[in-house]
Design a protein around this ligand. Structure first.
Ligand code: F6R
Length: 242
């Protein structure tokens, strides 16, 4: 079941997402947060940091699980999702380091790293999962064609995703890693509540496919039609084809 919220500016979109996040963070004893990287959640993370600094909202009792990580980038690489999360959020709030979970893209045994991550996740239930969406309808790095039943797994990135992400790698697609470790669609679906943030005209087809299209692995996000509590927060351009 989707609830859709359309707002004009990024600031308004982030404010809507933040309100939902804060309600979870402040109402649960030990909140479990599912977090995403990419441009979509940056405004939300800024609001979490501002609120932590101004109002003292604490993350000491939070546990986090990130969606995904590139394979082969060192943790301290400026484009690793590890670096992204520490730079854009974790360095600025009071979450204990041991409560943070990000898939290990540097593990020698990648399959084992996937299994270990899923096992760690299964000790918890994610209270709120933050998602972005790819222009091809991917969520996390579950590219079109990924079975809905997958748990954390290795994913070969599509040409389109690598092209979309080349902007972070000096515009050079050859510098974008070929693979990622990603939570699967089944892992994501276990979250109690999901917020998905999308902006820009290049997301309009994916948003339409997710909400109004058939439930198909060609649009991985369409699995969210089966989830009881998804709020999609977007701008007018992303909502244009609904
Ligand atoms: C990030 C992730 C990806 C992004 C998606 C949209 O952890 O899992 O699915 O959410 O590629 O990226 P942006 O927000 O940069 O448009």
């Amino acid at each position: 079941m989707f609830k859709t919220i359309v707002r004009k500016t990024n600031n308004e979109i982030s404010a809507e997402a933040f309100q939902i996040m804060k309600e979870v963070v402040t109402s649960k004893q030990n909140p479990v947060l599912g977090l995403a990287t990419g441009s979509s959640p940056i405004g939300l993370y800024k609001k979490m940091i501002e609120d932590h600094e101004k109002n003292g909202t604490s993350y000491k009792k939070c546990v986090t699980f990130n969606l995904d990580e590139y394979v082969g980038l060192p943790k301290n690489h400026e484009q690793s999702y590890y670096t992204f999360m520490y730079t854009n959020l974790f360095n600025h709030i009071d979450i204990p380091q041991e409560n943070i979970h990000i898939p290990d893209g540097t593990a020698a045994n990648e399959e084992q790293a996937c299994k270990d991550y899923e096992d760690a996740m299964k000790k918890y239930t994610v209270d709120i999962q933050v998602l972005g969406i790819g222009s091809d309808g991917h969520i996390a790095f579950n590219e079109p064609g990924t079975p809905f039943t997958e748990e954390t797994h290795l994913m070969k990135l599509t040409e389109q995703t690598r092209r979309d992400n080349a902007r972070f790698f000096d515009g050079d697609i050859n510098k974008v890693p070929m693979k990622a470790i990603t939570q699967g669609l089944a892992s994501i679906m276990r979250a109690k509540k999901i917020i998905l943030i999308a902006t820009g005209a290049n997301k309009a087809d994916a948003i339409r496919g997710m909400i109004n299209g058939p439930k198909t692995i060609d649009c991985p996000a369409s699995i969210l039609q089966n989830h009881p509590d998804v709020t999609v927060i977007m701008d007018e351009a992303a909502a244009a084809k609904l």
